[in-house]
Design a protein around this ligand. Structure first.
Ligand code: FES
Ligand code: FES
Length: 217
């Protein structure tokens, strides 16, 4: 059983400890904002935060998240209000196809949470591992600088819970790993989310990094 906190909520999953965190988050938990690009830790499309640090989740076994705090692109907005970094992306019209952008935002956010006034060099160093095939780099830089010039303190992207709740561990049905199935999320009285396998439509190409990438080869 792997237990960790994701976007401020405790979860416990019966999954292969060697499965990449990206796969577990996308296919088991059902949060598909983080994308599969290279699968080799080289492009940054899969970037999430592990305890506030940007990590390449396509090459990170889910066991590395055990007892830790994971934040995905879905966890940084405050309800309907975009996170200031997301808002800057909108204001600068950053995305083109959009595929790389959740990873770009998570890397930028990790930088800005540590350094509220990064230099050009700092920005380039922090963003160097995030590739954009559409070449949106100038707009990404402008968006980061917009956040800096706004000068507003950034909200913490994922407040830490006091502890991962281990009392309501949930075992997934083994067929939850089937690509044609997803998860319904309900909240138990304990407050721990329960992930239940459920039928769903096969997602579109635009939403499945694995399919889109493989079919492009
Ligand atoms: S770095 Fe993870 S998909 Fe490319
Ligand atoms: S916006 Fe298309 S890959 Fe970056």
């Amino acid at each position: 059983m792997i237990k960790f906190e994701i976007n401020g909520k405790s979860t416990a999953l019966d999954v292969d400890p060697n499965a990449p965190l990206l796969w577990v988050v996308r296919e088991v938990i059902g949060l598909t904002g983080s994308k599969f690009g290279c699968g080799m830790g080289l492009c940054g499309a899969c970037t999430m935060h592990l305890n506030g640090e940007p990590v390449r989740t396509c090459v990170l076994p889910v066991s590395a998240a055990n007892g830790q705090r994971v934040t995905t692109i879905e966890g940084i907005a405050d309800g309907e209000s975009l996170h200031p970094v997301q808002q800057a992306w909108v204001d600068e019209n950053v995305p083109q196809c959009g595929y790389c952008q959740s990873g770009q935002i998570m890397s930028a956010l990790a930088l800005l949470e540590k350094n509220t006034n990064p230099s050009d060099k700092d920005i380039q160093a922090a963003m160097a591992g995030n590739i954009c095939r559409c070449g949106t780099y100038p707009r990404i830089e402008k968006a980061i600088k917009r956040v800096i010039s706004n000068g507003q303190p950034l909200p913490q992207s994922s407040p830490k819970e006091s502890a991962v709740n281990t009392s309501a561990a949930v075992t997934l049905a083994s067929n939850a790993t089937n690509a044609t199935q997803a998860t319904n999320v309900t909240t138990a009285s304990s407050g721990v989310e329960i992930f239940e396998p459920a039928k769903r439509e096969v997602p579109s190409k635009a939403d499945t990094g694995v399919k889109a990438t493989r079919e492009a080869v």
